[in-house]
Write a new protein. Structure first.
Length: 420
């Protein structure tokens, strides 16, 4: 089966270039001026951009255990609609993937129902309780890395043992950096929004103090460390200095932290996530960290919940919002079109850097490579509407926002995994 995509601009060698793309049996076999005479299918992509498929190393697909929130099928289809061809799924599941047996339940669902490449995390600790080390060695070759996401690991000896084991296995620890005793039951950033609405606050200390602790450990141990969903200016500073000192550390942040600050919030569940959206000075520090290379990649922390868990006020709602289906469009609108971030940098942050850090091959669009790309129409202007999302989780902080440009097709191997 040979499909020829014509008339597009292909992101190749760091820039957009006019070219056709020929894909035969899932492999790119020609780029440039391609004859359509021997094509089984011709797809016109006139006026559209073709990017390498994106990768998100921080999503929650909720299965097994919480399929009423999301499933492997709906989550992977939502990811494909956002241009993603690879995701790493977090382990706050039931059962948690802490042994071969428990992990296999998730792998079976992935094999059966995923439309893109889905690679799970294994837990750091048994049942994510932070007490006993998981069976890291037994599951290492089947996971993207190790995380107790949703919970910080307070036990210093346990996290050091995990780091040493991960180093031996050449795997990354992806840390949910949160000192629970400093959260103090809070729901929103310790700023004007929380104060004005009488909401219990969450200080930035709860994030950066654990990052500070872990940096000391990774300098000692030499393990690979990745800090999830950073949100605070102090965290940016700590990671910047750790990199200068030679620590093997990377980090991610999400579009909502880069685009929003807490003055934009309403006392509604669709704005509540952990860590919280913080003050403008934190947002600006994150932007600066993105531009100077301190922040290595963008991840959505796509965390769907059911309606009854997200339709209340901040204190009444669960933490977690969706983001896969609009992430690239929002970053393109608010960073690329405004001249803050070059397109090639955004592609690196959302496609190449996540893969490289977690040991996957860079998915360049090139002859001889597996077809792994997404098609973006820069002329479509659209409004983010949670109810129209493929994800079972309908609650996004970007509800009602206008985006310029939209993913219209995603191709992985010999399959079109999304078409608008």
């Amino acid at each position: 089966m040979r499909t020829v995509y014509t008339g597009c601009q292909v992101f190749k060698d760091g820039c957009l270039q006019y070219a056709d793309i020929s894909v035969q049996n899932g492999i790119v076999d020609a780029i440039g001026e391609v004859s359509v005479k021997k094509a089984d299918t011709v797809v016109s992509l006139s006026g559209k951009y073709v990017f390498p498929g994106f990768a998100d190393v921080h999503v929650h697909f909720r299965e097994p255990g919480f399929s009423y929130k999301e499933t492997i099928e709906t989550g992977s289809k939502a990811a494909a609609a956002g241009g993603y061809t690879l995701v790493g799924t977090m382990p706050n599941l039931n059962p948690a993937p802490d042994t071969e047996e428990n992990l296999q339940l998730q792998l079976d669902l992935i094999h059966k129902n995923a439309v893109i490449d889905v690679v799970p995390y294994g837990t750091i600790s048994m049942e994510r309780k932070g007490k006993i080390l998981s069976d890291m060695e037994a599951i290492a070759d089947k996971v993207i890395g190790f995380s107790d996401d949703g919970s910080g690991v307070d036990d210093e000896e346990l996290i050091k043992r995990a780091m040493k084991t991960a180093k031996k296995l050449n795997k990354v620890i992806a840390a949910h950096s949160e000192v629970i005793e400093l959260v103090r039951g809070g729901h929103a950033h310790d700023g004007e929004f929380a104060k004005n609405n009488g909401i219990a606050p969450i200080s930035s200390d709860s994030e950066w103090k654990m990052v500070e602790r872990d940096i000391a450990f990774i300098k000692e141990i030499g393990s690979k460390h990745h800090v999830c969903h950073i949100s605070a200016k102090e965290t940016v500073d700590l990671i910047r200095e750790a990199k200068k000192a030679g620590a093997d550390i990377t980090c991610e942040t999400g579009p909502h932290y880069l685009i929003m600050n807490d003055s934009m919030l309403k006392n509604e569940g669709r704005y509540k996530m952990n860590p919280p959206i913080r003050a403008e000075e934190d947002r600006q520090a994150l932007v600066n960290g993105l531009l100077d290379g301190t922040i290595d990649m963008i991840a959505t922390d796509h965390a769907p919940h059911a309606a009854h868990e997200k339709t209340g006020t901040f204190p009444e709602s669960a933490m977690g919002v969706t983001g896969l289906e609009c992430a690239f469009s929002m970053m393109y609108t608010h960073f690329v079109l405004k001249g803050i971030l070059p397109l090639e940098k955004l592609i690196d942050l959302m496609a190449y850097a996540p893969r490289e850090r977690f040991g996957f091959e860079r998915n360049e669009i090139a002859v001889g490579k597996k077809a792994d790309f997404t098609v973006f129409d820069p002329e479509i202007e659209w409004t983010v509407e949670g109810e129209k999302q493929i994800s079972l989780g309908k609650y996004t902080p970007f509800e009602g926002w206008t985006a310029h440009g939209r993913i219209v097709r995603t191709v992985l191997g010999d399959k079109t995994v999304f078409e608008m």
